[in-house]
Each structure stands twice: as structure tokens, then as C-alpha cells.
Design a protein around this ligand. Structure first.
Ligand code: PLP
Length: 481
């Protein structure tokens, strides 16, 4: 929620109080430099003891509610037929409107099963934008991912409220070109993660549905960040200001044949699920479930997580909860813009993002500007962010880098974890870095895994810029910060 102060300023305000905390420390600059060197300039490889504010991801790092924790105490650990599953089923029915649901151990497990069932070799999957694990699974099933976003989706500075929209003309062209039979399904990702947490509109989803239905193509929504997308529809789309988040979510779901989600995002828990209105899809899923996930009533999740997921599903449509992270991100982005930091606009739903090609214009994409920026931000602040650029793309069959459409440094804002003072600190250090950006150089791999290399790959600085940046920082702030 946002409140208006008497001076007219609007600030994000926490609609919760803190009852359990985790202590943090700010490791001083030399410790950060050492840690970054050891981590191969890959923020994924940092240990949490060496960092201050963890903005790597909003995945599984959200604060759980008292009611979620309480529910975990009464979970039913039966291998089969456990009551916890039925509570989740009821929540899925009430909140998402689907009759059939299977739990899975993570969002990517859902993608794995969907790839098995829907994606045939040579099949194509049009979508508003890919997600790393989505693309990996659909391509391993020998399908082709077609991203058919609108032209301005990748424009980092924009006023388009719905950059996550799918281009309907291109969708029709895909069907004409490949034939409807080869289109495995159309995938809409809520609060489109890799283009900066940007939502799609209900009008667009409705258009996707109309075309898909005409050609017998299933509509699948990746609902991992569904509550934020629904909040943006309420805030930004004409005709929805008076609808509740719960009503908007149900309306979105009415256009889907099947949805899946990672429980680690909007629902503030772990695990994941697939839900559908079609019994035939459910039956196909259930056939594979014991092989990859587990018995239908736990699907690779612990019963505690299933209980907390049931609560999290209901809580995510509470307007104070759906808006909690989005409003803080809006503040974050506005602060960055005011200080001349090239933030992605409009503000999205999972993080503040900076366009690293604008922040570090002297670093070519072949030297990974987004990766360099994430490493430099860590050195300047102890804030752990994530590279979302060329490092996050794997090489092509010839072994060449696939240059990413955008080079983003993503600073995730986990739900109900950090406060305005944390954000102010991050913005301040970003501003310092902006003024010292000439000190930052590129990176190159010295250890590179073949698939999803961004997780465990190691890089080194070209020209030893890490220690030069650390020296400049120490000169301005001393050795203790
Ligand atoms: C996180 C995420 C996934 C993958 O989920 P995991 O639980 O991390 O396996 C898939 N799609 C989107 C949009 C996500 O944000």
C-alpha cells in the first residue's frame, strides 16, 4: 500500500509488522573483494555470510506469514491421501477456479511435465517471453520457443503499462506459418520475469484466448507471479480499478486451459503446482507424476509446504499483500530515475532493474556488461543482484555467445523482507557506482558449464578492475563500509 504524507509525498508503507528477524551484517570492502574474486565474479557463487542485502532473487526468499507458519504445524505427513493436499485443492478451486491440480517440487518441474505432455519434436511454443528454465525444458523436448512480444517490450525506458503483452498479429502469423497442429500451446507469463517483471493486460490475454480457441490451441499461463500481474491490471488497465485482486485473478484464469506456478514467488512458499480445468490433461499429468515427482497427494513437496501453499494462495489475493513488493519497487525505480540511473520503466513486479548497456556503455556485450555491473554493485555495497543478460543465455551450437536482447542488472525485492531504508541505501550506492563507472571493465569466462551456465560459471575481470574499484570505494568511504 502507498500512503500520502502531509507534504503531498507518497511512500510505500508496510501493511505488516515484523515478528521474527534474521540478523544481517555489512562485510567491509576488502572482504567483499575477496569474496567476489572467490566467487568468480558470479553473484550466484557468493556465500550469504559475505553479503549484506540479498537481492539475487525473489524466489523462495519471501517472508512467510504467521498463518502460513502456523499451518505447517498441522500438516498431514501421510504418504497417500494426506489432508494437506485437499486443503491445497480447495484453495486452488477458490482462488484460481480450477478443479484439477497436481503438486510438483518446483516451477521447473511443472515445465518438465508440460514439455513431456505437450511438446513434440518440431513443435513450436509461442509465448510473450521465455523464462530460463522454460526454454531449457521445451528445447530439451525438441520444441522451439518463439517469443512474440510487442516491439517496445525490450525498450528499457518506456511508458507502456503492459510490456508483457503478446503480439496478436505475430501469433496469427505463427499459426499460419507452422500450422495449428504444430503449435504445442501458447504460453503467457504473468509479470514477465526476464523483461523486467512487466505485466500483460487482460485485454491482451482475452485476444490470445480468442485466436487460440479458434485454432484449438491450449492456453497455458505461467502464474508464478500472478498476484503482481493482477495488481498491475487493477492499477493500470481501464475498467479494472474497482475490481478486487481476487476477481481479476479469476477472470485471468477463465482464459486459461491450464496454469502452472512456482510456489516460491507470489505464494511465498516453496514447491509448485499445475492446475487445469480439463480432466484429460490431469490424467496425462498423473500418469507421469510418480516417475518424476511423487504420489499425487504430495508431488515432491513436503506436506508442510503444501499447507503453507494453501494459505499462500489465499493470501496472495489480499490487496495489501499483492501490492507489498510492487509498491516498494515503484519507489525504488522512481528514486533511481531521479538520480539519473537508467532503470527499467515502468516499474515492474519483482525487482528494480538497471539497463547495464546504458549504465556501462563502454563495455561491449561480448564482455558481459550486466554481469560486470552485478559484480561492481556487490563490491560497492554488499548488495547481491543478478545478471540477466548474455551470461544468462547459453551458447549456440557453433559455440558462439548468443547476445541477449537486453542486459539487465536485476535487484529483486523479495516480498515483505526489506524496507525503505534498505532501498535508499541501494540507490545511494548505485549512484556512487554511476559516478565511478569508468573504473568498471568487462568479464570473461574461465569455467563455463554447457547448460544454464549463469548458475555456476566462473569469470575473471579483464584488466583487474575489481581491486581498482575497491580502492576507489575505500578512498571515499573508508575501510569499514
Ligand atoms: C521462478 C520461475 C520459474 C521456475 O520456478 P522454480 O520454482 O524456480 O523452478 C518459472 N517461471 C517463472 C515465471 C518463474 O519466475
Amino acid at each position: 500500500m502507498k500512503v500520502k504524507l502531509s507534504n503531498g509525498r507518497s511512500i510505500p508503507i508496510e501493511m505488516h509488522k515484523v515478528r521474527i528477524v534474521q540478523k544481517t551484517t555489512l562485510p567491509p570492502i576488502r572482504q567483499r573483494l575477496r569474496a567476489m574474486e572467490e566467487a568468480g565474479y558470479n553473484t550466484f557463487l557468493l556465500r550469504t555470510r559475505d553479503l549484506f542485502i540479498d537481492m539475487l532473487t525473489d524466489s523462495g526468499t519471501n517472508a512467510m506469514s504467521d498463518n502460513q507458519l502456523a499451518s505447517m504445524m498441522v500438516s498431514d505427513d501421510a504418504y497417500a491421501g494426506g489432508e494437506s493436499y485437499y486443503k491445497m485443492l480447495d484453495a486452488v478451486k477458490d482462488v484460481l477456479g480450477f478443479e484439477y491440480c497436481v503438486p510438483v517440487h518446483q516451477g521447473r518441474a511443472a515445465e518438465h511435465l508440460l514439455a513431456k505432455i505437450f511438446v513434440k519434436p518440431g513443435g513450436v511454443v509461442p509465448m510473450n517471453y521465455h523464462f530460463t528454465t522454460t526454454k531449457a525444458h521445451f528445447e530439451m523436448a525438441l520444441g522451439k520457443v518463439l517469443e512474440i512480444y510487442r516491439e517496445d517490450a525490450l525498450q528499457t525506458e518506456s511508458t507502456n503499462p503492459f510490456k508483457g503483452n503478446l503480439d496478436l498479429d505475430k501469433f496469427q502469423k505463427v499459426i499460419d506459418e507452422y500450422g495449428a497442429d504444430r503449435v504445442s500451446f501458447v504460453r503467457m507469463e504473468a509479470t514477465t520475469n526476464l523483461i523486467g517483471g512487466q505485466p500483460f493486460s487482460l485485454e491482451n490475454l482475452c485476444g490470445v484466448r480468442k485466436i487460440a480457441e479458434k485454432h484449438g490451441i491450449p492456453v497455458i499461463i505461467d502464474c508464478s507471479l500472478i498476484s503482481e500481474n493482477a495488481y498491475f491490471i487493477q492499477q493500470r488497465e481501464a475498467g479494472y480499478a474497482d475490481k478486487t485482486i481476487a476477481e481479476i485473478v479469476l477472470e485471468m484464469m477463465s482464459h486459461a486451459d491450464l496454469i502452472y506456478l512456482s510456489g516460491r514467488k507470489s505464494t511465498c512458499v516453496r514447491g509448485g503446482l499445475i492446475a487445469t480445468k480439463h480432466k484429460k490433461y490431469f490424467d496425462q499429468l498423473v500418469a507421469w507424476l510418480p516417475v518424476y515427482e511423487g504420489f499425487i497427494t504430495y508431488g515432491g513437496m513436503s506436506s508442510k509446504e503444501i499447507e503453507a501453499m494453501a494459505v499462500g494462495l489465499r493470501e496472495m489475493v489480499d490487496p495489501d499483500i499483492a501490492s507489498s513488493s510492487a509498491d516498494l519497487i515503484e519507489y525504488f525505480v522512481n528514486q533511481m530515475v531521479q538520480r539519473g540511473i537508467p532503470a527499467v520503466t515502468p516499474p515492474g513486479g519483482l525487482a528494480g532493474h538497471v539497463d547495464a548497456m546504458k549504465f556501462l556503455p563502454h563495455i561491449p556485450q561480448s564482455q558481459y556488461p550486466a554481469g560486470a555491473m552485478a559484480a561492481a554493485l556487490f563490491l560497492a555495497s554488499g548488495v547481491r543482484s543478478m545478471e540477466r543478460g548474455t551470461i544468462s543465455m547459453d551458447r549456440d551450437e557453433q559455440g558462439n555467445d548468443v547476445l541477449s536482447d537486453v542486459e539487465l542488472c536485476r535487484m529483486a525485492v523479495p516480498r515483505r523482507v526489506y524496507s525503505m531504508s534498505h532501498i535508499d541505501y541501494v540507490v545511494d550506492r548505485l549512484e556512487w557506482l554511476l559516478h565511478h563507472r569508468d573504473l568498471v571493465g568487462g568479464l570473461e569466462f574461465y569455467h563455463e558449464p554447457p547448460v544454464l551456465r549463469f548458475f555456476t560459471g566462473k569469470l575473471k575481470t579483464l584488466d583487474n578492475w575489481g581491486s581498482r574499484l575497491a580502492d576507489a570505494f575505500a578512498a571515499d568511504f573508508g575501510e569499514n563500509y
